[in-house]
Design a protein around this ligand. Structure first.
Ligand SMILES: [Zn+2]
Length: 397
């Protein structure tokens, strides 16, 4: 049994407790959270830390597979430049890719990450995920823009899915994005998701180019498909509507859904979405550091707050981020949206992420019986109760 006290405890499901004590089993299971009415008495075996205690973070969008691309892609080139580069760089020797994946997993754990929703196009992360102390849900991502590729692409995804499941790792098949999946492939993914009641996720409105492709059929995405991938896109008919509105018919309203990025999502998109399905089981995953890396733009967080959306956080991959750290994502948001309260940011970083992945019975809050991990954040501004650019995280449990 451990007794851990700190200047403040943020249980997430209740207001912060000054000088509180957290009691947990040696395996990390929370036994009790004690409110000492602000006054901590000395006690044998009590650990005290200056800083705040928060539950382990949940990263709802990552690509471990791209960890070997850290620092390889130039910043702020826009989506056209980025996806073009990924395509030429991603295939390297198996050993160095696996090594980079293993290091990224260990660093994520040390940075207080308890659970991850990880995008995979292959089975290469299985070995690391089996050994990891982190909980992973793998999103087996399928893509193929030409309709003739649908059958092959879906069969490939099904094989990868079986490999994860055979290794007792939770996984589900998802579409990559509105601009990389053909109608027949979307149909297959939809049918499968509906039958399995599985967890869905899709990259959404990450760039202006995506909207341009759907509204007019041209721009950087059309150029990438034609020039980098050499795909015949003569079958493509722009819908005249935004991407999410055009493809939402392929995302069954019964399924839990994580929309990733939402950098260029507008109020009209949210209105249309609301008309067609409940927003209750949609989670809007924000990856601000990746958005700044690629497009140098942040999602409309004030609008999302006004609309009372379920917000959660992700890091995206090391191809478009300097680290895989949810704390760094929170700091970026705090710096750019100074009115945000830490309690709200923490809900996004922990409980909402856990709900998005369907693991809230174990993760996301300090509550007796859960095993969410315990993080200490130091370098905290106690006067304003805010994170600062020098805030650091250390995993205690
Ligand atoms: Zn991504």
């Amino acid at each position: 049994m451990r007794k851990i006290a700190a200047t403040y405890i943020f249980p997430v499901n209740q207001p912060p407790i000054k000088n509180g004590t957290l009691i947990c089993e040696s395996d990390g299971t929370i036994v009790d959270i004690i409110d000492n009415n602000g006054e901590l008495k000395e006690e044998s075996g009590l650990e005290f830390y200056s800083g705040i205690l928060v539950p382990g973070f949940v990263n709802t969008h990552c690509h471990l597979e791209l960890s070997h691309l850290k620092g390889k892609i130039e910043e702020k080139t826009g989506i056209g430049g980025f996806i073009g580069k990924i395509n030429t760089l991603r295939n390297q020797d198996f050993g160095s890719i696996e090594k980079a994946i293993e290091i990224a997993d260990r660093k994520m754990w040390a940075a207080g990450t308890a659970a991850v929703g990880d995008i995979s196009n292959s089975n290469i992360t299985i070995v690391t995920k089996q050994k990891s102390k982190i909980y992973y849900h793998t999103f087996v991502e399928s893509f193929g823009f030409h309709p003739s590729r649908a059958e092959t692409a879906f069969e490939y995804a099904k094989n990868v899915l079986s490999e994860f499941r055979e290794n007792k790792l939770p996984a589900s098949i998802i579409p990559h994005s509105p601009y990389s999946v053909s109608k027949p492939l979307f149909e297959k993914i939809k049918e499968n998701a509906f039958a399995e009641k599985s967890l869905l996720s899709i990259h959404n409105q990450e760039s202006k180019g995506e909207t341009q492709f759907y509204k007019n059929g041209d721009g950087p995405i059309a150029n990438h498909l034609k020039n980098n991938l050499g795909i015949d896109i003569s079958h493509w008919k722009p819908t005249g509507k935004s991407s999410i509105i055009s493809i939402m018919k392929y995302l069954p309203p019964q399924n839990r859904l994580i929309l990733v990025h939402n950098t260029f999502t507008e109020k009209s998109d949210l209105n249309e979405l609301k008309h067609n399905r409940s927003l209750e089981n949609i989670w809007f995953a924000l990856c601000p550091n990746s958005n700044l890396y690629i497009e140098n733009k942040l999602p409309p967080i004030s609008l999302f707050k006004e609309e009372d959306l379920n917000i959660c956080l992700g890091t995206d991959s090391l191809a478009s981020n300097h680290q895989l750290s949810i704390l760094e994502e929170m700091i970026t948001i705090q710096q750019n949206f100074t009115e945000l309260k830490l309690e709200e940011l923490l809900i996004w970083a922990t409980l909402n992420g856990a709900k998005a992945l369907g693991i809230e019975s174990t993760f996301g809050t300090f509550q007796a019986g859960k095993n969410p991990g315990v993080n200490l954040i130091s370098g905290f501004d106690f006067r304003n109760m805010k994170l600062t650019i020098s805030s650091k995280v250390k995993r205690l449990v």
